[in-house]
Design a binder for this molecule. Structure first.
Ligand code: ZN
Length: 229
């Protein structure tokens, strides 16, 4: 059984629990005996455990990027260095691949700024790679170039394509291996011809990316871990 703080009150008619900052508080009326409270808590054990893990995950994410001190770019670990310099900027060491995130002493929300710089870095790298691969696959697929390439945070998808031929990719793809990013590129480019997931669409994907099942499985399994927020 986990530890908890019991708070009794005269006005209270029912028992309630609250989980905050890894602490469990039980609110109960004066007339409920402690053993009844504990018996009831036992039935809630699963729920409480779930809340505690949920909240600890959240806390870890909020402290990022200070705590982890590393990110992944194209499946390669990039060590992070946090610094104060006259102006806010990022730069990468060509030999060690170490990424320095430097912020000016005037910045108030330092974590937010570090995060913004890191995302700027990932955005930049992903954009360069996507531009190159889109060019390349458009030639192979005899497809006209898309009208626009956008990168943004998506919660549930890796890419999208609309009727205006604009392609959008999830920024989190920057942490995936290059062969997986290639699959998402081919997938979205195939949508320029087929706006659905019909047999004809998959036929076109397989033609230019035969191992698409392996890549989409990789995303299913590893996708959730590509997020840094
Ligand atoms: Zn699709």
């Amino acid at each position: 059984m986990f530890e908890y703080t019991l708070k009794r009150s005269k006005r209270r008619k029912t028992v309630a629990i609250k989980v905050a900052e890894q602490q469990l508080t039980v609110y109960a009326p004066h007339f409920v005996p402690r053993k009844d409270i504990e018996a009831w808590l036992k039935t809630k054990q699963h729920w409480v455990a779930e809340q505690v893990t949920k909240q600890s995950l959240h806390a870890e994410q909020c402290q990022f990027p200070i705590k982890n001190s590393q990110i992944k770019l194209f499946d390669q670990v990039i060590p992070l260095v946090f610094k104060q310099e006259n102006c806010s900027q990022w730069y990468q060491d060509t030999d060690t691949h170490e990424l320095t995130l430097a912020i000016s002493p005037r910045v108030k929300l330092t974590d937010a700024k570090y995060l913004a710089l890191m995302e700027e870095f990932l955005h930049d790298k992903l954009e360069t790679y996507l531009e190159m691969r889109i060019q390349n696959y458009c030639i192979q697929m005899r497809e006209a170039l898309p009208t626009r390439l956008k990168i943004q945070h998506y919660k549930w998808r890796w890419g999208s394509c609309n009727r205006q031929r604009e392609l959008t990719f999830n920024l989190h793809l920057a942490s995936a291996p290059l062969w997986v990013i290639d699959y998402v590129v081919v997938h979205e480019l195939a949508h320029l011809k087929h706006m659905d997931h019909s047999a004809a669409f998959w036929q076109r994907v397989s033609e230019f990316y035969p191992e698409h099942k392996k890549a989409s499985n990789w995303l299913k399994v590893n996708g959730p871990f590509l997020r840094w927020l």
